[in-house]
Design a protein around this ligand. Structure first.
Ligand code: GLC
Ligand code: CA
Length: 543
């Protein structure tokens, strides 16, 4: 186990999607002053680090992940003064703030792109990835992650530009030293302002294969995901800029394998502190065989931590459906499922990331018409579906499960109109379950999801040895129960979780729980011989 102590290993991180967190001026859009209003809530929950999804100036084609000015704040979210005020208040409360860093691409409304698209010989002509048409067609077969070709034709240059995401998100050309210099300067500017680190958006996509050849499958990432050059750029960024500050970095790295992941986070290589992999959230469910895969993924990734790196743990973010709905039971056992997730998140190896609303057990929304959705990926898929003549009904069923808007509906603060998020018209409809699922109700109930999170967070803070302890899966082949231990030189922590909606007879599984002390459980009445649906327990035994 990696036992080097660092503040960001001991921290609990909370992700805020600012558009949906709290609206302070009733225009229906969450904003910075709204976040400032809620700092006491986060502090009280035990949060150490707040991660903000992008708040920079943006035309919002992809809700801020398309940046048109890295140095200014999106008008709808407030001003730079509001930001400074938020940062100061966060620090006063002894919390930290990390920002989203989106540097694989910019908006097409960024001045660099506007200039670049004008001609082949201006100061910015090489800031993006431009290619001539091949027989009037795009230069290769790569597909955008948001449907359609990854290339869009630009009349003024007579060329195509590459965009792995929407056509309003042109990819930067990282082979151009000037791009690097300008981006590094911007990173330094924010760190110098006093922020505490970055979450780096699709950071393993920044290098593309030399010559941009066709890929085997059009959606295949082997041409642009985790190429050696991306490691080199991150190493330079760390050495030249980030290492001057005591900050944390976490890279979003889709498609990453543990082997490659180890390179990004190995402390000797000076690249990133942590990454987000997707193996566990990409499973369709956690039943039967998939559950075995899920456990295997945890063990496999633990090796990265054992061998000198550090992990992140998450089940939810702004791109994923709500995990209770996708993997557990969002009806009869919603609260138990939410608490089981909490226990895993706070006791598995690595730094935990809570996504807004997860701490009160928010679930998928499932809108019924395309007009109610906002997410560009969802909407592009809808038009794809129409073009391909697929049945609309099946499509909506899929959306209900998969759309990113499931995670983006406004935070549910109370049972007031629009869940207390705004007094105006919210930009995205509030989930109709807000009268039952909301912060106010959750805080007032000692057995709630929110209070279980709190207990776990404080438990973790009071037992730091847990954070640096070894991990072992004690029941690898069992298709119903997740049973693992974390051992330090002081304590052994046993965590046992029922991943099903059934009663589990522990004797049949030959599990004996005569451990010293039951520390936490999501049921008040527990039985030594049986686990109830989605029951989650934590035991300690002194070594
Ligand atoms: C990341 C973000 C996602 C965004 C994409 C393009 O995956 O999390 O929300 O759409 O990158 O920036
Ligand atoms: Ca607002």
């Amino acid at each position: 186990m990696n036992k080097n102590r660092k503040w960001w290993k001991e921290a609990v991180v909370y992700q805020i999607y600012p558009r949906s967190f709290k609206d302070s001026n009733n225009d229906g859009i969450g904003d910075l002053n709204g976040i400032t209003e809620k700092l006491d809530y986060l502090k009280n929950l035990g949060i150490d680090v707040i991660w903000l999804s992008p708040i920079y100036q943006s035309p919002n084609d992809d809700n801020g992940y398309d940046i048109s000015n890295y140095y200014s704040i999106m008008e709808e979210f407030g001003t730079m003064d509001d930001f400074n005020n938020l940062l100061e208040k966060i620090h006063k409360k002894n919390m930290k703030l990390i920002m989203d860093l989106v540097i694989n691409h910019t908006s097409d409304e960024h001045p660099w792109f506007k200039e670049s698209s004008k001609s082949k010989n201006n100061k910015y002509s090489d800031y993006y990835i431009w290619r001539d048409p091949v027989d009037g067609e795009p230069p290769n077969n790569w597909e955008s992650r948001f449907s359609g070709s990854a290339w869009t034709y630009c009349e003024s240059r007579g060329q195509y530009y590459l965009h792995l995401f929407s056509k309003k998100q042109p990819d930067l050309n990282w082979k151009n030293e000037k791009v690097k210099t300008d981006i590094f300067k911007m990173v330094d500017w924010w760190l110098n302002k006093g922020i505490d680190g970055f979450r780096m958006d699709v950071i393993n996509f920044i290098a593309k294969e030399q010559g941009l050849p066709d890929s085997k499958r059009p959606d295949s990432p082997e041409k642009w995901s985790s190429l050696p050059k991306s490691h080199k750029i991150l190493n330079e960024l760390k050495n030249e800029v980030i290492s001057k500050y005591d900050v944390m970095t976490v890279g979003e790295t889709p498609f990453v394998t543990p082997e490659d992941g180890h390179k990004y986070v190995n402390e000797n290589r000076n690249e990133l502190d942590m990454i987000f992999h997707f193996e566990h959230v990409n499973l369709d469910n956690y039943d039967g065989k998939n559950f075995l895969k899920f456990k295997d993924i945890q063990s496999k990734w633990y090796k990265v931590q054992e061998q000198g790196g550090w992990l992140s743990q998450y089940f939810a973010n702004h791109d994923q459906p709500r995990p209770i709905s996708k993997f557990f039971n969002d009806e009869e056992y919603r609260e138990e499922s939410a608490q089981l997730i909490a226990m895993m998140l706070l006791t598995l190896p690595g730094t935990p990331y809570i996504y807004q609303g997860e701490e009160i057990g928010m679930i998928n929304v499932g809108f019924n018409s395309i007009e109610e959705y906002n997410d560009i990926r969802t909407i592009n898929k809808y038009y794809d579906m129409l073009n391909k003549n697929l049945a609309e009904e099946d499509f909506f069923d899929k959306l209900k499960e998969k759309s990113r808007d499931n995670a983006r509906t406004p935070m549910q603060w109370s049972d007031q109109t629009h869940a207390g998020f705004t007094n105006g018209e919210p930009w995205l409809k509030v989930n109709s379950n807000y009268k039952i699922i909301n912060v106010k109700r959750s805080i007032n109930n000692p057995n709630s999801v929110c209070n279980f999170y709190k207990e776990l967070i404080y438990f973790r803070k009071n037992n730091k040895d847990l954070i640096y302890s070894d991990y072992k899966d004690l029941l690898k082949k069992d298709k119903e129960v997740y049973y693992f231990k974390r051992s330090s030189n002081k304590n052994v922590y046993y965590i046992i979780l029922n991943f099903t909606g059934n009663l589990i007879d522990l004797r049949k599984k030959k599990i004996k729980l005569d451990l010293n002390k039951l520390e936490l459980c999501n049921y008040n009445n527990y039985d030594c011989k049986k686990l109830q649906p989605y029951e989650a327990r934590l035991y300690i035994s002194k070594t």
